[in-house]
Design a protein around this ligand. Sequence first.
Ligand code: 3AM
Length: 426
Amino acid sequence: MSATPSPPDSPHSSTSTKRKSVRPPSIVVETLGATTSETKEGLRKINNYLLKKEIGRGAFGTVHLGIDENTNTEYAIKEFSKSRMRKKEQMDLFRRGGPRGRGRVMGLGVGRGAVAAAAKSTNPLDLVRGEMAVLKKLNHPHIVRLFEVLDDPSGDSLYMVFEMMHKGVLMEIEVDEVAKPYSDDMARRYFKEMMLGIEYLHANDIVHRDIKPDNLLLSKDDVLKIVDFGVSEIFVKGNDRLKKSAGSPAFMAPELCVAKHGEVSGKATDLWSMGVTLYCMIFGKTPFVSGNLLELYDMIKEAPIEYGSISGNLLDLFHRILDRNPDTRITMRELRNHAWITNDGTETMISEEDNCDVVSEVTEEEMNNAIKSIASIFAVIKAVSKFKRHSRSLSQQSLNKMMADVKREDAIKDEELNAATRNLNV
Ligand code: 3AM
């Protein structure tokens, strides 16, 4: 049986409220020995999760609506094919010049080293190490939460259990159709929520690299959250230079639309993609449309952009954010104070400081606090000693054992509890 993650936080929009500034990092349960079964109705079950129906498909595989039968909580469960991912990993490795090739240093191992490690590793969870490493590091109201990763060793599937975003994508953008645009006020609200999420990512040294409406989902309560960290990169602290191009072409910054573009600022490229996303919200389409990739790149680099009749503030914002020169393009800090964002000074936003409390590794103390809230002092003692051994993440076995310990040891008398607490402090 797998440990049950706590249900998603009740979503809240943080664009106008001040939040407590200490956020613990996420704890992601890693379940290596999951079992798959089938219900009488022919539905698939992975441990305690019932896969009710398919809700989408991505390049990697399928997204299911899953229900945790212990809590009746709904989750979005991404299913990956291990064999397909292994093949892709081998290809990437080959393309990048073999396992000995030297890559950029990336804090949490989402770079070439991680690809090489994943290709050699026998631990299937290494296949999603990149996305997991990014998501584990984060805890923010506008970033989708990852709760558990499960592997059934007898099958080809690997599952990632995400917070369910009931209202789906912010908007569907098609090449040959114009979607219903948002009003200025709604676009401002969602744009500000996206800003807070991206500002938090950047403060944590992460460039998203694939910002577009498809990767902005809405919760039951209409809170926008950012998803899909498949191509995101953690850059070296204080240096946000990106070398390789990624992301959906229509949202790509002009400085990335050139062969051998060298290093460019990742933060500035995310800002450009935010600008194209805002354009979609206001006009229902991207500013550059072409079925031919090279032509699309040329348009991004030099075609004039049509703005129709919009307010002066919004026009000014578009000119500043869709500035083809990344050095003069608006920065996140400048964006916060732009007249369209503040609605001529009438709307406030949570401060940058409160929005960006940086969470790094799961420290012993953070693990201690996270566990305290779900268990007794004995669980803390157990967890601390286990944490010292496992260091980064809780394995399924240790979590199960810990919970069993909690139940057994809850019955122990006060003196023993005090003695154990003293031990912990030694
Ligand atoms: O196939 P469509 O575009 O309808 O919205 C995402 C996309 O839907 C959905 O899965 C599809 C492939 O990415 N999706 C991804 N994560 C989700 C989540 N956390 C999600 N839907 C709800 N909650």
